[in-house]
Write a protein that binds this ligand. Structure first.
Ligand SMILES: C[S@@+](CC[C@H](N)C(=O)[O-])C[C@H]1O[C@@H](n2cnc3c(N)ncnc32)[C@H](O)[C@@H]1O
Length: 261
């Protein structure tokens, strides 16, 4: 545990703001829930047990937990402490999705809201695929989504989002930068979200809370190649348009565990 706690830096500062101000900025929660339910019903209508990796406070899964028996895994002790207030402690697991062993299997493994992109080395994506494989029952499914390279490049070139939150002149600003901020240099496919929240303390005197969150993404062919070693890819879906296009921004992968390797 201590080892994980030392490792965590990203999202610590936004722990009290992520659910309320960052996650709902694109208002897609409900759409996402029904989208996921359709996938689960199509590919595994008998599913009963679901594991979400990199779940944060499980915004979507709170609803899905009415239908499935769910476990949540995340690296962040801050997330777990927050989630404990609303979820039974025994379903929350602190762990690294590239290296965990829960000694049980699930019917669905989910990694939602481009959380896999928080793994900045592709070798870690492969480790996650292996862990998902090990934790799946029979030939059941892994579902995850990414922000595409097209999307990150586009965001890094032109995106600056800001809005007032909580109706008291607090302001959220979000930008994407194409830099590995830890090493302060431009490296292929390394991006980070620059999140700034200006809290109005009194009479327009603001306190700034700033968090930088690294993300990385890879070409779809490269992800397919790695997945194909362990999974049969059932579908690659553009979340917004269904059909995959060169300018797809958010893409879901649905992959079925291969059983006779
Ligand atoms: C975008 S948030 C998760 C959003 C959530 N899945 C949702 O649908 O709202 C990314 C999460 O990834 C977690 N994370 C980052 N690296 C991780 C790792 N190696 N193992 C497990 N969780 C990790 C962070 O702690 C954070 O909670």
């Amino acid at each position: 545990m201590l080892e994980y706690n030392k490792k965590i830096k990203e999202y610590d500062l936004f722990v009290d703001y992520y659910d309320e101000v960052v996650r709902p900025y694109d208002n897609q929660l409900e759409e996402e829930l029904f989208f996921l339910l359709d996938i689960f019903d199509e590919y595994n209508p008998e599913a009963k047990k679901l594991l979400e990796c990199a779940c944060w406070t499980g915004l979507i899964l709170k609803w899905l937990s009415k239908k499935y028996k769910i476990k949540w895994l995340d690296l962040s002790d801050k997330m777990l402490n927050k989630a404990k207030k609303i979820l039974p402690e025994e379903v929350l697991i602190q762990g690294d999705m590239t290296d965990f062993d829960l000694e049980e299997k699930f019917d669905i493994v989910l990694c939602n809201y481009n959380s896999i992109c928080h793994l900045t080395d592709f070798s870690d994506w492969k480790k996650f695929f292996k862990q998902a494989y090990n934790h799946l029952n029979k030939d059941w499914i892994l579902v995850f989504d990414i922000n595409t390279l097209f999307e990150f490049n586009n965001l890094a070139e032109s995106y600056m989002y800001s809005r007032e939150v909580w109706e008291n002149s607090d302001i959220l600003c979000m930008e994407v930068k194409k830099t590995d901020y830890k090493n302060n240099k431009e490296i292929n496919n390394h991006f980070y979200w620059d999140l700034r929240l200006f809290l109005n303390q009194w009479e327009d005197n603001y306190k700034l809370i700033r968090e930088r969150v690294s993300e990385n993404t890879f070409e779809i062919y490269k992800i397919k190649d790695a997945l194909n070693k362990l999974f049969q890819i059932e579908e690659i879906i553009d979340f917004h348009n269904i059909e995959l296009r060169p300018d797809s921004s958010r893409v879901y992968f649905v992959a079925k565990k291969k059983i006779d390797l």
